[in-house]
Unconditional design. Sequence first.
Length: 338
Amino acid sequence: MAPRPRVLLVVAAFAGLPFAAAMVGLAVGGAAGITPLDALRTLVGLDARTADPALVETIVWQIRAPRVVLLLLAGAALAGSGAALQACLENPLAAPSLLGLSSGASLGAVTAYVSGLALTRPLTVPALAFVGALAALCAVYAIAWSAGRPTPGALLLTGVAVGSLCSSLVSVLLLAAGSHRIHEIFAWLLGSAEGRTWQHVRLALAPVCLGLALLFVARRVIDALALGEEHAIGSGVDVLRARAGVFAAIALASGGAVSVVGPIAFVGLMVPHAVRGLVGAPARVLLPASALGGAGFLVLCDALARVASRSVDVPVGVVTALAGVPFFLVLLHRSRRT
């Protein structure tokens, strides 16, 4: 059935959200006396009027632009993965972090910091974080399989257990870390795009885009799983293989995102629920709308953090957590009533 005109209009509005958010993210900050107008003039190829044009160009293109692009990718990956995961597990509270992805990525990143690899080879941080995210998801699936046919509930509980184990190992590594690395490690653990470069964008681009593309290709399977295992089996879907394939795509997308910006919480929970209320549950519109909404939402959260505190760079993960905790409590209350 073709999407309704209202749904198409909402999706079109979501398509413009990342662009508008990117303009805001590039314009705010106030560094070196740069005004939003200077930033926007530089973006379209004109010289800044109130500051040194060369300085403005460097700040906009080498500092702010990679940060904004990374947050666009991360927001799209987390929100799109959250929408797919909530459908596959038939659980409105599901999010990529519940499968151990974030904790596994944190373990890999902290290992890079503590071992000293981050000092000599900075790109080992996202590389090991990505490996840790994939390893955690593989461990979740292997442990769930060892107890029999993995059900959605078993996968979620196993993900919580594996995530707790990884978090405990992170705490052990933090005790072994030198005091000069603690601030940098905690900044990563809170979720931030501070100091990221175009190299980080290139690292995240392929896994995020590939993962989201695979999720969209699997949209019919996701819709079938959202209606329950019995319906999916009746539709000719191999539930175990389908769910494993969707999880692999989620691991690529969200693992690639978390590896470069850290474990940003609640984006994969909040955005899909907000979008679902506007466009409905069909994955063909929910997945792209969630990805677009998540991209714009995360960039705006980062811009809000920079405007609210100019003296210190507040991690964007702090802002999403402040918004996500009350949202989660309301959602939990509604789920229990239902």
